[in-house]
Design a protein around this ligand. Structure first.
Ligand code: NI
Length: 178
């Protein structure tokens, strides 16, 4: 049981596709439990294993996302893929791995996700609105895609410049030159 450190951009692991889970074993259950504690301690509605440095196709989502409930209730989705999607919705989005940055991303309005649950049984879940967004965001993580990869080239350019500036500031702070 542990709260794990969240990997942040530009860590290259965030841009690699994760491996499918093949064994439902103690290690997997331990990972899911640690991810639950990590997400509990973070202001997020979903978390992918790659965000805690484990390159496996696993993500957690808050079932109550967008449902107006203030309690969090996590479900694990394993080896997920989008089975169906429909519509289009533009909303602001953020990511625990890209702190202090939000931007508008176009996503499908409704999705159905196919995968496996913690017990290893095949499952399909549908979501719309915020929950659909969480599903798409987390499945992107599993595939090594970040929401900034879905911005227009102009906005992506602005983001990259901002990141460089932040990195220069951090370097200056570390070397005591502020
Ligand atoms: Ni994210």
């Amino acid at each position: 049981m542990a709260v794990l450190k969240i990997v942040t951009y530009p860590d290259p692991r965030l841009q690699q596709k994760s491996r499918p889970v093949e064994k439902w074993d103690k290690e997997l259950y331990g990972l899911i439990e640690d991810m639950e504690h990590t997400l509990d301690a973070a202001p997020g509605l979903g978390l992918a294993a790659v965000q805690v440095g484990v390159s496996l196709q696993v993500f957690l989502y808050d079932e109550n996302a967008g449902g107006g409930k203030s309690t969090k209730s996590y479900t694990a989705m394993i080896n997920p893929e989008i089975a169906f999607q429909e519509g289009e919705i533009k909303e602001e989005e953020g990511c625990l791995s890209i702190p202090d940055y939000r931007d508008t991303v176009v996503r499908a309005a409704v999705v159905r996700v196919r995968g496996f649950n913690k017990e290893g049984e095949p499952v399909e879940v549908s979501g719309e609105g915020l929950l659909a967004r969480v599903f798409q965001h987390e499945i992107d993580h599993v595939n090594g895609v970040l929401f900034i990869d879905r911005l227009s080239s102009l906005k992506r350019g602005l983001f990259l410049r901002r990141m460089k500036k932040l990195q220069r500031q951090t370097k200056a702070e570390l070397s005591g030159k502020v």
